[in-house]
Every structure is written in structure tokens, then in C-alpha cells.
Write a protein that binds this ligand. Structure first.
Ligand code: NAD
Length: 481
């Protein structure tokens, strides 16, 4: 689909408008490095409009029945589906991922809205039996937490927003979304869908600007009652501490460094196929991307050979082109970071079997890269690489691999391949991670909780837990006069 990339405005109190100070930032297509548009850049006076609108809208939206809210959300999901080709094209232009992945993300966003439209109708309270012989009723109610400030990144422009706002709206909250400055247009289409579906004026607001300036202002502001952030652990810690100072509810979906364990009794071919596809999906810019590949000595060579073959067969190019399986990195900061991870690994003794460098000199493309003999002193074995790099090391015992899997302070996702039910059970229990997927890639569906432990954050998005994150619990204990 050929499409003109639009400039993106702010959405404040039900109106698309430029920032009051008329400032804007440029948007770059990462596949061509061309400036394709701009995005309005909010300052405090714009944020004040959003805050007041979200507060006013909350006072009515929280009283709309879950049944009516559900109908509006379902309509928004249908609008997203009906515009999926257009939204996916915008996403590929601004983010770089292959069109097929962008379309899947868009359809997945619609599914997430539908799921929360239903789940919002099941926000049940309960009645607790009283200690009194009769006449005392103890009711537990779930209530919407209030105005939400949501901070979302560029790697999954739609998915990261929808998991927050669909749950928030279903719960009866209103929101101010600070979207990703790199990928604003697809997010704006999602917000438009909610608006066109009938969300009340002011209930959803979209801003862009200087992330630190916006987060400092919104998190501290008394109107905001809930903060939700997806991004790096370093920034997450900063925002969580600010939220703590102001006693705000928080969900933090932060970085990961997922171990991918392949045992001696695994189906190695299946492991190679599934893990390589997921390593290079979205050019590795995925928080649950398999990162530390740990393969048993006895199948190591077979796994490495298979993985290199898959990496070399990948068609890397402009995500708009037919047959492309991996696009560019999303921005030039990632290119510099990925080059740094590779040179540091090599300095620490790693062997690059394939890839290892930028592809071409136009666009932020990086070759799918496989490395072996990677020292645990190398940065890539300790920091989230967020790129198409696969370090593959070997292990000889389950105890050893569990120790390595749990070595880092991250705990977002982990993968294991084994044909032994006992090993599967042992790994599922011993690995310190919010999510463990065994013998397949089974994470990230809206029906299931998605979240980390340790430095990977706290709280879950997806599943009933994702709705609960936007609700408070109230006890009303009552008796007759
Ligand atoms: P970054 O840490 O500057 O930004 C990450 C995200 O956080 C961006 O969306 C950014 O707008 C936002 N952000 C940064 N500072 C902020 C602040 N003070 N207040 C509010 N939001 C803020 O770095 P980057 O170059 O964009 O990405 C680099 C790293 O971020 C990656 O290596 C990865 O670890 C992490 N990241 C994680 C996810 C994820 O899904 N968990 C997504 C994107 C980036």
C-alpha cells in the first residue's frame, strides 16, 4: 500500500492540534535515513490541557457501565482492524519492521482491545462472610484507579500502548499517553480509533516531547494516580523512584536478558528454527528476545551450525519490500550500541561466525550476527543488547545452566528445549523469571500475564492481572441502622 506519511499532532481534550509553542521533532525512516515527517512536541502548558481533560473525563467514564464501555472498546477494535493495512504501512515507514510483522502487531492490538472489552465486564468484587451472627455485610469492590500516565517505547508502537490503555479504559480509567517520539503516526491511528469509537472527550490524550520533561511533570502531578512504563531498566528505576516519592501506583515493564537453554535431549532442529526466528524478529529489539543461548555440549555444534545457516538465509532489507524478514534497527542510537556490543565481545575473546557489522551505508541495517566463545565479562552477556546478536555458549550440566540463567539481575523471560518432562519441570521452577516458555515460543498473548521479576520490573500486562493493575480494592462493611 502506497501512503503519504503524515505529520503527527498532539491529541488533547478530544482535539488534534499542534503544541502551543509550535515546536516539533523530525521523524526519520530507518530504512532510508530520510526525514519523512514531524511530530508535535508538548510542553507543560500542553500537558496541563491533557491533565485537566483526563480528570474531567474520568469523573464520567468511571460511571459508565462496564457493558457500555465494552461496546465502545469493541468498536475501536473493529476500526483498528479495518485500517490495518494503512496502520501497518505507517509503522514500517517509521519503525522499520517488515510489513508482515507490522500487520500482525496491528491485528494483535485489535485482539487485545477485544479481550479487555470482555475482561472489563468481569471485574468482580466479593462478599466476605461476617464474624457477626447476622446483619453485617462486608463488600469488596473494584474501582478504577484514576488518571493514568502511560509511557511507551518505539519497538512495538501499537502493542505497547494498547496493553496499557485497553486495560485502563476497560477498568474505567482515563489516560495520557506519552508515545514514542520515533514512531508517532501509527500510535496516533490507534488513538483515533478509540476516539472514533466513542470514547468521551478528554478520556484519551496523546503527547510527545522530551521524555524526561514529560515524565517528571506528569508523575509528580496530583491528577495522575497510576504510572505505567515500558522501556529500559535504568529509566524504569528513575520513574519508579519518582512515582514512589508521590505514592503513585506503578507498573514497570523493563528490560530482559533471556536465557535460551537447549538440553541434550532437545529437538535441536525445532529449537534452531523457533529460537532463530524469535532472535531476529523486529531485528532483536524485543524485551523478551532470546539473548543468552546456552546449549548442551553434546548438541552444541549441531545447534550452532543450524543457527548460522538460518542467520545467513535471512533476507534483510526495507520492511516494505516483499519477502524481507528483518528490517533495519529503529534508530541510529541502536546502530552505535550494537556495534559497541560486538567490538567489546570480540575484545573479550568472542568469535564472530556470521555478521558482526553494519549492512550497507544507508539505513540502520545490521547483519544477523552469531558469536561463540563469548566471555561472561563481555558487555553483551550482562547488558540487554536489544539487537540482532546471538551469543551461543555451551554447558555440561543442568545445575550449571540454571546458575548461569539466574546469574543476572534481569528476570523477564526464559526459554528451554528438552524432551524430558522432569527437566522441563525442574527448569520451569528453578529459573528466576516472570515468564518461562518450554519447547515453543508461547509468550506475549493478551490472555496471559506478561511481566518480570528482579530488575525487569513489577506488575503484569495481559491477563486478568493486567486489568487489576488499573483498579483499586475498596471494602465497604455495612449493617442496618
Ligand atoms: P532510552 O532508555 O532512552 O529509551 C527507552 C524508552 O524510554 C523510550 O521510549 C524513551 O522515550 C523512554 N524514556 C527515556 N527516558 C525517559 C524518561 N526520563 N521518562 C520517560 N520516558 C523515558 O533508550 P533507547 O535508545 O530508546 O532504547 C534503548 C534501550 O531501551 C534498549 O537497549 C532497551 O534496553 C530499552 N527498551 C526496552 C523496551 C522494552 O520493550 N522493554 C523498549 C524499547 C527500549
Amino acid at each position: 500500500m502506497s501512503i503519504k506519511y503524515p505529520d503527527t499532532q498532539l491529541f488533547l481534550n478530544g482535539e488534534w492540534r499542534d503544541a502551543l509553542a509550535k515546536e516539533s521533532l523530525e521523524i526519520i525512516n530507518p530504512a532510508t535515513e530520510e526525514v519523512i515527517g514531524k511530530v508535535s512536541h508538548a510542553r507543560k502548558e500542553d500537558l496541563d490541557i491533557a491533565l485537566n481533560a483526563a480528570e474531567k473525563a474520568f469523573n464520567s467514564w468511571k460511571n459508565v457501565s462496564a457493558y457500555e464501555r465494552s461496546k465502545i472498546l469493541r468498536k475501536a477494535a473493529d476500526i483498528v482492524r479495518s485500517k490495518a493495512d494503512e496502520i501497518a504501512t505507517l509503522m514500517t515507514l517509521e519503525q522499520g519492521k517488515p510489513l508482515v510483522e507490522a500487520k500482525m502487531e496491528t491485528m494483535g492490538a485489535a485482539d487485545s482491545i477485544d479481550w479487555y472489552a470482555e475482561e472489563g465486564r468481569r471485574a468482580y468484587g466479593r462478599i466476605i462472610p461476617s464474624r457477626a451472627p447476622q446483619g453485617v455485610y462486608q463488600f469488596v469492590f473494584k474501582e478504577a484507579v484514576g488518571v493514568v500516565a502511560a509511557f511507551t517505547p518505539w519497538n512495538f508502537p501499537l502493542n505497547q500502548v494498547v496493553k496499557k490503555v485497553a486495560a485502563a479504559f476497560a477498568a474505567g480509567c482515563t489516560a495520557i499517553v506519552k508515545g514514542p517520539e520515533e514512531t508517532p503516526a501509527s500510535v496516533a491511528e490507534l488513538i483515533k480509533a478509540f476516539d472514533e469509537a466513542g470514547m468521551p472527550k478528554g478520556s484519551i490524550n496523546l503527547v510527545y516531547g522530551i521524555p524526561a520533561e514529560i515524565s517528571e511533570y506528569l508523575i509528580a502531578h496530583p491528577i495522575v494516580r497510576k504510572v505505567t512504563f515500558t522501556g529500559s531498566t535504568a529509566v524504569g528505576k528513575l520513574l519508579a523512584s519518582l512515582a514512589g516519592t508521590h505514592m503513585k501506583r506503578v507498573t514497570m515493564e523493563l528490560g530482559g536478558h533471556s536465557p535460551a537453554i537447549v538440553c541434550e535431549d532437545a529437538d535441536v532442529k525445532a529449537a534452531v528454527k523457533i529460537l532463530s526466528a524469535n532472535k531476529f524478529r523486529n531485528a532483536g529489539q524485543v524485551c523478551i528476545s532470546p539473548t543468552r543461548f546456552l546449549v548442551h555440549d553434546s548438541v552444541y555444534e549441531e545447534f550452532v551450525d543450524g543457527f548460522v545457516e538460518q542467520a545467513e538465509a535471512l533476507n534483510v532489507g526495507n520492511g516494505l519490500d516483499e519477502g524481507v524478514k528483518m528490517g533495519p534497527l529503529a534508530h541510529d542510537r541502536r546502530l552505535t550500541a550494537i556495534e559497541g556490543f560486538v567490538s567489546d565481545a570480540v575484545e573479550n575473546g568472542a568469535k564472530v561466525l556470521t555478521g558482526g557489522k553494519r549492512k550497507g551505508n544507508k539505513g540502520y541495517f545490521f547483519e544477523p550476527t552469531v558469536m561463540t566463545n563469548v566471555s561472561n565479562d563481555a558487555r553483551i552477556m550482562n547488558e540487554e543488547p536489544f539487537g540482532p546478536l546471538a551469543p551461543i555458549n555451551s554447558f555440561s550440566s543442568i545445575d550449571e545452566v540454571i546458575e548461569e540463567a539466574n546469574r543476572l539481575n534481569y528476570g523477564l523471560a526464559a526459554y528451554a528445549y528438552t524432551n524430558s518432562a522432569k527437566t522441563a519441570q525442574d527448569l520451569g521452577q528453578a529459573i528466576e523469571s516472570g515468564q518461562v516458555s518450554i519447547n515453543h515460543h508461547g509468550l506475549g498473548l493478551v490472555d496471559t500475564p506478561f511481566g518480570g521479576v528482579k530488575d525487569s520490573g513489577y506488575g503484569s500486562e495481559g491477563g486478568p492481572e493486567g486489568l487489576d493493575a488499573y483498579m483499586t480494592t475498596k471494602l465497604v462493611s455495612q449493617t442496618g441502622l
